[in-house]
Write a protein of this length. Structure first.
Length: 155
């Protein structure tokens, strides 16, 4: 077994473990989420999109907590303001057309927006790599998100 000799190694191993667990759960929920929610009744199955939105939120990682620990919590103010504005606009556009699915889509888009922004800030202000952007550029992440969206026929 590979032993860590410094805190960076511990941090990297913890991130890898969290990513594996999160991705495994995410894949399970994508494939079987409707089925599992169906056990609780037909009304619960309607919450599938909302559940996926919350899984994406959970995958955002500890960027906000890292900023707070580093004393850079004020850096989150513009992210929150822009995210609230984006969520408001997305809700106005998507909810009347798509209902609950539109609300979930608005949350997913807003979460992805602030997740990328927060992790960029962590990467700039920290000696630790960002959990979401381990060496990738912003354009790499956007390209990846579009590829995932196309795969699931979201766009």
């Amino acid at each position: 077994m590979n032993r860590c000799k410094n805190s960076q190694c511990d941090f990297d191993q913890a991130n890898r473990f969290a990513v594996v667990i999160t991705l495994s759960g995410f894949v399970f929920l994508i494939l079987f989420g409707n089925f599992v929610l169906g056990f609780f009744g037909a009304g619960f199955a309607e919450g599938y999109a909302g559940m996926i939105a919350q899984v994406i939120r959970a995958a955002a990682g500890p960027a906000i907590q890292i900023l707070t620990i580093l004393g850079n919590q004020r850096a989150s103010i513009p992210v929150y303001i822009a995210s609230i504005a984006l969520l408001f606009v997305c809700d106005i556009v998507f909810v009347p057309i798509f209902g609950f699915i539109g609300a979930a889509a608005a949350v997913i888009l807003t979460t992805l927006f602030w997740m990328v922004w927060f992790n960029r800030i962590v990467r700039q202000k920290s000696v630790f790599p960002s959990p979401f952007l381990p060496g990738g550029s912003f354009s790499d992440i956007i390209s990846f998100l579009f590829a995932v969206a196309k795969t699931f026929s979201i766009i």
